[in-house]
Design a protein around this ligand. Structure first.
Ligand code: CMP
Length: 481
């Protein structure tokens, strides 16, 4: 059975300590003999003296034992802190502890072995020593202090995803030591970034406990409806794994590109470190959702439209669908097939996005509309607040009031969803009235009813001033019937 790594390390540590202690003990026991031997070999007034050499070797052994002791103290102290208080001290703090404790122990041993040497004077008076040390430790000290400032600022922590430097290394932070930041990239490589370098570079941090967002791009053909695309993709993305349900994904048009309409999906992740997989899953979901909804990705294409006159005429009228729609509108029921088809040819199709205004109150207007696909809301402003007067569905018409009386538009009409309307102008309606004078009467009834709906509840005069008889004569006058 394989032993855990920590047990192996402990065995190694104990063996090294035992070996060091044994070696130190042996040297101490034979120190006088070694000294005598050296004196004998080196003769008179040797420099350095045999005594100094023995002391230096002793200091070396004390150094090794001191180091092992500090390591043991370190593990005991921080291990205990973790066991008792669940405080997991960063590597940098542990390293500082080791260096400080070791330096203190070393200095004590040094003054004990070389009582005659004034350490303070040695360091302060030796300018050359200072310069050499400074130059040699320039990078190390730079990293060390940058590491301390990283620990103090805590701009990121172990487990966060960061992107560093001009080379844009991205990965999960594994360790922040006194020398470097260690990150594991998404290809499982380890990248070490020296603290002093990291301190100079911009670092993009995506904290682990933060709702981080991603953008995924896709496109559609220009013929695919944006409202439908946005709905389909939003639903597909929402259900993907690792997509947070705290914020709903956003799907929006990014640009009108050369090859198609370019969109972006913005979504928030539960676990940001898995963004590559989640991006891929989202692209996959979009593909399937497109397949089901009959939407199409755009790719570099060049579309050549070769249009023959008779085909163009047929397309503009869109034959059956528009005629069928108009003949289902109740006010046009009395029209003959030819008249309806004439009306269909005169009708112009417009598509409105959800929330777009089709008609604005107060504007002049010389056409009416039939809802071909979708729904609209008729709305008036009362005391500065909008009041919904009616919701009109496929086959309903609106905009007739301004068309038939010449007065400004009486209400706002807004598309509630993606809505296609058929616009019929003054000239086409006049032709219809000329051959069907009875139509004016049925229209005037409907308009009178609508006017009552428009009037506020407090307005008692509405019924009398907007009677159908009054409207009838207004229409006749306006159209010269
Ligand atoms: P118009 O005044 O040209 O522009 C706004 C349109 O809203 C109006 O014509 C009618 O077609 C429509 N409208 C106004 N009031 C009502 C109502 N009460 N019910 C349904 N439609 C209405």
């Amino acid at each position: 059975m394989a032993r855990p790594r920590s047990t192996n390390k402990l065995i190694l540590f104990l063996a090294a300590s035992a070996a060091a202690l044994l070696a130190a003990y042996l040297f101490w026991s034979f120190a006088d003999d070694v000294k005598a031997l050296l004196e004998h070999r080196m003769g008179a007034s040797p420099s350095p003296s045999a005594d100094t050499i023995v002391k230096v070797v002793k200091l070396f052994f004390v150094g090794i034992i001191g180091y092992l002791f500090v390591r043991a103290l370190n593990s005991l102290f921080f291990g205990l802190a973790y066991q008792l208080k669940r405080i997991d001290a960063p590597t940098l703090i542990r390293n500082i502890f080791t260096i400080v404790a070791f330096t203190i122990l070393f200095l004590i041993a040094f003054t004990f072995l070389f009582p005659g040497v004034n350490l303070g004077a040695l360091f302060t008076t030796s300018a050359i020593f200072g310069v050499i040390l400074g130059l040699a430790l320039q990078d190390t000290l730079g990293n060390f202090f940058a590491g301390i400032s990283l620990q103090a600022d805590r701009p990121f922590q172990v487990g966060d995803v960061i992107t560093v430097g001009a080379q844009r290394h991205t990965g999960v932070v594994e360790e922040i030591s006194w020398r470097a930041i260690k990150i594991r990239t998404f290809t499982n490589h380890v990248v070490l970034i020296a603290n002093s370098n990291a301190a100079k570079e911009p670092i993009e941090v995506c904290p682990r406990d933060n709702l981080n967002a991603r953008l995924v791009l896709f496109n559609t053909l220009y013929t695919d409806s944006p409202a439908k695309t946005i709905h389909v993709v939003r639903e597909a993305v929402r259900e993907a794994d690792n997509v947070s349900d705290k914020v709903a994904p956003i799907v929006r048009i990014k640009s009108l590109g050369d090859n198609g309409v370019d969109y972006e999906v913005k979504y928030w992740l539960v676990d940001y470190a898995k963004y590559n997989d989640t991006d891929a899953l989202i692209r996959q979901r979009i593909w399937y959702a497109f397949r089901r909804a009959g939407l199409n990705f755009a790719f570099p294409t060049r579309t050549l439209y070769v249009e023959r006159p008779e085909r163009a005429a047929q397309r503009d009228g869109d034959g059956g669908a528009v005629v069928e729609r108009l003949s289902a509108v109740d006010i046009f029921a009395p029209l003959s097939a030819d008249e309806t088809s004439m009306l269909a040819q005169a009708a112009v199709r417009h598509v409105f996005a959800p929330g777009e205004t089709v008609i604005r109150a107060g504007d002049p207007g010389s056409s009416m509309f039939v809802v071909h696909k979708g729904r609209v809301r008729v709305q008036v402003s009362e005391n500065g607040r909008p009041r919904t007067v009616a919701t009109l569905n496929e086959g309903d018409f609106f905009g007739e009031m301004a068309l038939f009386t010449g007065e400004p538009r009486t209400a706002n009409v807004l598309a509630l969803e993606e809505t296609e309307v058929l616009e019929i102008g003054h000239a086409a309606m006049k032709r219809v009235f000329d051959t069907n004078p009875d139509l004016v009467e049925s229209l005037s009834f409907i308009m009178a009813e609508r006017r009552q709906g428009l009037a506020s509840q407090t307005d008692d005069s509405a019924a009398s001033t907007h009677s159908s008889a009054g409207i009838l004569s207004a229409i006749k006058r306006f159209f010269g019937i």
